[in-house]
Design a protein around this ligand. Structure first.
Ligand SMILES: Cc1cc2nc3c(=O)[nH]c(=O)nc-3n(C[C@H](O)[C@H](O)[C@H](O)COP(=O)(O)O)c2cc1C
Length: 381
C-alpha cells in the first residue's frame, strides 16, 4: 500500500498496520477494557444529521478560528500524544512541521520523544505543552518555567489520567517502555524488519521532557513506574488553581467531562477545557465528548473556550462539533496512523484531506465562516 492510496482514516490505519510491528500498532489503535467508549466516540457523530442551507454564495470560505487566544487557519489541531518516534523516526518533528504548514496548533506530550525546544525551533505556530502533575511541586514549577522560557503558548494539564487505563491489548503483547515483549510480541517485531531498520538507524529513543527533570534510571524506569511513583494522585482543584496563577497565560484542562468540573475550571481562571475521554484509553464506559458537548457549551461556553476530541475521522465530524458550539477539535489517531504510515508526508496528506473535507462541507452547508455553523444546522435522530 502506498501513501497515494490513502484517501481516508481507514486507509491510513491499514497502511500503518502494514508498516508497524503488531505491539506498536495495537498501542495506538487500542483502548481501555472492552473499548466501548473508543467505538462510541466515532459512532456518536452518526446520531445527528447535518441540515444544509443552499444559495448562499460560498465561493470564498474562511475556516479560521481563534481558540485560547491562538489564531488557527483550520479548526482542527494535533492533540498531544506520547512516544511518536516509536511510530516513525521523524516523530513530533513531522507533526510540528505539518501543523505549521497548515497553520494549526500541535501538542507536545510530557511523554514526547522530541524536546519542547526542538519542536519550538521547527514551528512558530501555536505550541501546546501537555503536562502531568508531579508529587514534587518544585518540579512542576521548573517544568512550567522551562516551557514559558522557550515560548510555549498553551499549557494543557491532562486530568483524566490520575491512574492508568486498563489497556488489554498492551498486556497481551507485552507493550511497555522499556519493552517487555512476550514471545508473540517479539515475533510480531521480527516480521516487520523494515520498521526495525528505520528505528535503529536513527537517533536513539528518549523522553526529553522527563529525562532532564526525572531520573528515568538510564531507561530502566518504566513509564508505568513514572505514573505510579512520580505523579500525584492527590492533585485537586486548589493545586490546579495555583498552576493557572503561575502560568499567567492560556491554560486548559484536558479530560474534563462534567458540567460541575467545567464550571470549576472557569472559576479558577482556565481559558479552555478539552472535553475528552483520552480516545477511550482511560475510563471505558465514559461518555463520548460529542454527546456531552451541548450540555457543557450551555453551561460555560460564554466564559471559556470549549474544545473536544475523540473519534474524529471526517471533516463533517468537525462541522457537527463546531455547530454544537466547540471552538476547535483535537485529533489523535487521525494524524498518528498517517505519521506511522509515511512520516511528515503522511501527516500533511491527512491534514490536507481534513482541510479539503471541511471546505467542501462548509460549501455544501451554505456557510462561509465558522460562526455561521449553529445548532440550526443539526438534528438529532
Ligand atoms: C497513542 C496515543 C497516545 C496518547 N498519548 C497522550 C498523552 O501522552 N497525553 C495526553 O494527554 N493524551 C494522550 N493521548 C490522547 C490524545 O491526546 C487524544 O485525547 C485522543 O487521541 C483523541 O482521540 P482520537 O485518537 O480518537 O482522536 C494519546 C492518544 C493515543 C492514541
Amino acid at each position: 500500500m502506498r501513501l497515494r492510496d490513502c484517501h481516508n482514516f481507514s486507509d491510513f490505519r491499514r497502511m500503518a498496520q502494514q508498516r508497524l510491528p503488531g505491539p506498536i500498532f495495537n498501542y495506538i489503535d487500542g483502548a481501555a477494557d472492552d473499548e466501548v467508549t473508543y467505538r462510541r466516540n466515532t459512532e456518536s457523530f452518526e446520531r445527528c444529521d447535518l441540515v444544509p442551507n443552499v444559495l448562499r454564495g460560498v465561493s470564498e470560505i474562511d475556516m479560521s478560528v481563534t481558540v485560547m487566544g491562538q489564531k488557527l487557519a483550520m479548526p482542527v489541531y494535533c492533540s498531544p500524544t506520547a512516544l511518536q518516534r516509536l511510530f516513525h523516526h521523524q516523530g513530533e518533528c513531522a507533526v510540528a512541521k505539518a501543523a505549521a504548514k497548515y497553520g494549526t496548533m500541535f501538542g507536545v506530550s510530557s511523554l514526547g520523544t522530541v524536546s519542547l525546544e526542538e519542536a519550538r525551533k521547527i514551528s512558530s505556530g501555536p505550541q501546546v505543552y501537555q503536562f502531568y502533575f508531579h508529587r514534587d511541586r518544585g518540579l512542576n514549577r521548573a517544568m512550567m518555567q522551562r516551557a514559558k522560557d522557550i515560548g510555549v503558548e498553551v499549557m494543557m494539564l491532562t486530568v483524566d489520567s490520575i491512574t492508568g487505563g486498563n489497556r488489554e491489548r498492551d498486556k497481551r503483547t507485552g507493550f511497555a517502555i522499556p519493552f517487555k515483549l512476550n514471545l508473540s510480541g517479539m515475533l510480531q517485531f521480527a516480521v516487520k524488519p523494515a520498521w526495525a531498520i528505520n528505528y535503529f538507524t536513527h537517533e536513539g529513543f528518549k523522553l526529553p521532557q522527563l529525562d532532564e527533570h526525572v531520573d528515568m534510571g538510564g531507561g530502566t524506569m518504566s513509564i508505568s513506574h513514572y505514573f505510579t511513583e512520580m505523579l500525584d494522585p492527590s492533585m485537586n482543584w486548589d493545586d490546579v488553581a495555583e498552576m493557572v496563577r503561575l502560568w499567567q497565560g492560556p491554560f486548559c484542562l484536558k479530560g474534563v467531562m462534567s458540567v460541575e468540573d467545567a464550571r470549576r475550571a472557569a472559576e479558577i481562571g482556565c481559558s479552555g477545557i478539552v472535553l475528552s475521554n483520552h480516545g477511550g484509553r482511560q475510563l471505558d464506559g465514559s461518555r463520548a465528548a460529542f454527546d456531552q458537548l451541548a450540555e457543557i457549551v450551555d453551561a460555560v461556553g460564554d466564559r471559556i473556550d470549549v474544545i473536544m476530541d475523540g473519534g474524529v475521522q471526517r471533516g463533517t465530524h468537525v462541522l457537527k462539533a463546531l455547530s454544537l458550539g466547540a471552538k476547535a477539535v483535537g485529533v489523535g489517531r487521525y494524524y498518528l496512523f498517517p505519521l506511522a504510515a509515511a512520516g511528515q508526508a503522511g501527516v500533511e496528506r491527512a491534514l490536507e484531506q481534513m482541510r479539503v473535507e471541511i471546505e467542501r462541507g462548509m460549501k455544501l452547508m451554505g456557510c462561509t465562516s465558522i460562526e455561521q455553523l449553529t445548532r440550526e444546522n443539526l438534528r438529532f435522530r
